[in-house]
Write a protein that binds this ligand. Structure first.
Ligand SMILES: Nc1ncnc2c1ncn2[C@@H]1O[C@H](COP(=O)(O)OP(=O)(O)O)[C@@H](O)[C@H]1O
Ligand SMILES: [Mg+2]
Length: 228
């Protein structure tokens, strides 16, 4: 069985006057453990595609099968539970909770999964160490740099040991050197934990660090480079 199958996805955004056809029949297969980049200019449909893969939005047409299961057939509550257990999200703007420390931010998904306090703390500490933040666990987001905040977000996405991590332009707000460091951490973690990683970018240096690159143009997959 394929890990992830994306079949003929279409997404049309409608408002009163206009219709935007953001995805026009995207099909893609991704194996377990792959480290894939969705590459494309602004407006090409990257965020839409990642949101649909993660079940954050519904397509106008098409399916997403994760280990053979059509995620859009589930009830909202089942999908929410599945997301919490199996999918980690990393965003361009980090999306940390400002009033919580780094440690509490990483503990948060474990709290939602009802993991007990002692284990929660130990796991959160372990993952913050893995991303190189052992000394900064008690700082709040405002006391961390952008790159450090994104490391917290990576630890938070991975602490539940999800099957799939979706990262939407994770380096877009970082300088190039910090961005490359973030890519190295994501790649190391994906190898260590055998997690499937799908990220989007339009930064050439970031794109080069992917093992597989899918080019998205105007809602259509143009071509694939799969040389590495
Ligand atoms: N919520 C929305 N309502 C209307 N149009 C949208 C919405 N989200 C995205 N779009 C449009 O869909 C297209 C693809 O957007 P998006 O998926 O955000 O691309 P990217 O992430 O590659 O910049 C764009 O033309 C964008 O303006
Ligand atoms: Mg986007």
């Amino acid at each position: 069985m394929k890990f992830l199958e994306i079949i003929n996805l279409h997404k049309v955004y409608k408002d009163k006057k206009t219709e935007v056809h953001a995805l026009r029949g995207v099909s893609l297969e991704i194996e377990k453990g792959e480290f894939v980049c969705i590459e494309g200019p602004s407006g090409s449909g990257k965020t839409t595609l990642l949101n649909l893969i993660g079940g954050l939005d519904l397509p106008t047409q098409g399916k997403v099968l994760i280990e053979g299961e059509n995620i859009y057939e589930w009830k909202e509550s089942q999908l929410a539970e599945f997301r919490l257990k199996n999918i980690g999200f990393i965003f361009q703007t980090y999306n940390l909770i400002e009033v919580l420390t780094a440690l509490e931010n990483v503990e948060f998904p474990l709290l939602l999964l009802r993991v007990l306090k002692k284990e929660r703390r130990e796991r959160a500490e372990e993952f913050l160490k893995m991303v190189g933040l052992a000394d900064m666990m008690h700082r709040r987001p405002a006391e961390l740099s952008g790159g450090q905040q994104q490391r917290v977000a990576i630890a938070r996405a991975l602490v539940t040991e999800p099957k799939l991590v979706l990262a939407d332009e994770p380096t877009a707000n970082l300088d190039s050197k910090t961005g490359m460091k973030i890519m190295d951490i994501m790649r190391d973690m994906s190898e260590k934990l055998k997690v499937t990683f799908i990220f989007s970018s339009h930064d050439p240096r970031v794109i080069k660090s992917a093992k597989r690159v899918v080019e998205l143009r105007d809602g259509v997959i143009e071509k694939e480079n799969d040389e590495k």
